[in-house]
Design a protein around this ligand. Sequence first.
Ligand SMILES: *Cc1c(COP(=O)(O)O)cnc(C)c1O
Length: 381
Amino acid sequence: MLPSHLECSRDAEHRARADEVATVCPHDGGPWLVRYAAEALPRENVAARPWTMWRYREMVPVGDDEEPVSLGEGATPLMDLRRLARELRVERLYVKDESQNPTLSFKARGMSVAVTVAKRLGATSLAAPSAGNAGGALAAYGARAGLPVRVYVPRDTPPLLIREMRGYGAEPILVDGLIDDAGRLAAEYARESGAFNVATFREPYRVEGKKTMAYELVEQLGGVPGTIVYPTGGGTGLVAMWKAFGELQRIGWIGDERPAMIAVQAEGCAPIVEAFARGEASATRIANASTLMWGLRVPGGIGDRLSLRAVRESRGTALAVGDEAAEAAARDLRRREGIDATVEGGATLAALRILSARGAALAEPVVLFNTGSSLKYAQCF
Ligand SMILES: *Cc1c(COP(=O)(O)O)cnc(C)c1O
C-alpha cells in the first residue's frame, strides 16, 4: 500500500508527503520513518499469499497494481541450529539465512524497495556509497529497473564485490577512505548530476525492505523471538526490525512483547557498542576503523541514535567481537550446520558464545542473522 506520510525519527511533529522524492527531514536532518494507514491486517489474509517479502503489501510501499522491482528477494529460511544449540545450552536457536537472497546478501531487500519507490517517483539514475554488498545489490536492482548506477566504495573493498558491481553494469568509483568518505562523494555526485542517492538512512525506503525480516520471523516462529542477535554496521536492519515490531503490534499480530535486540560490531569498529557502554544517545566516529567484516566497517553514520534507541528500548545489549572469533564461528556454521555463513553472520554466533560464557540469561528463541554469503569474501580468509 502506498504510505500515508513520512514522519521524522527525531521529532514526530515533522512530517512529509510520501509521494515525492525524500531524503532526510529538512528541519533537523533526522531519517524519515514511513507510516501507513493500515490499522489492522488479518494474518489469515496474508497466510494465503505467495511466500515472498511482498506478501505484507499493506505494510510495504508498493501500489495495489504496481509491480515492484524484484529479483525474488526475501522469504529466506529460518534454520534451526541443533548442534550449536547443544553446545551453547540454548533450547531453541535459529539462524535467519539471508545469504539466500539475490546478490547473496540481505541488502537485496532494502534495495528492492528503495529502487521500486525511486523509480515510481521519477529517478533517472541511482547512486550510493557502499562497503560492498549494498553496491552489488543496487547494481542488480538498477539493472532490473533499467536505471544507471554509480557506487562509491573504499579502494580496499574485496575485489570480487567490485567485480560484481561492474558485472551488473554499474560504475564503481574507488575512494581513498572509508564508507563515510565515500558517502560524502556520493552525495556530492548526486547533487551535481541529479542521481538519486540511496545511501543508508538518507532515504526512507531501504528500512522498509529490511523490516520484512521481522515480519517473516513472526510468521516462521508463530510469534516474537526472545532475542535477536544482529551484526550492526549502519544499523538499518536493527532499526527496521524494531520499527516492524511496533507495526506488527498495531496490525494485531503480536502484543507488547518484544525481543531483546543485541547489536554485534567488530572490535576494530564499534561506535554503537562504545556509545551504548557510555550511556550516550549518539555515537562518536571511530578513527582508523579496521575490520575484515566489511559490512560492519561503518565508523559513524546517521543511524546511530535509532540503533541505540532500539537496543535500549528492547533491553538488549551491544558487544564487539574480533575478526578471528567471527571467522571461526562462521566456519562452525558452515562445517557443523551447512549454513553459508559470511564473517558478519559468524560474528553473531561469536557474540552468543561470549554472552553464554558470561552466563547471560537470554530469552528464547534466540535468532542469529547470517546477513550474507561466505563466497564474496573468500579471498580474505
Ligand atoms: C551491510 C551489512 C551488514 C550491516 O547491515 P546494517 O543493517 O546496515 O547494519 C551486515 N552484514 C553484511 C554482510 C552486510 O553487507
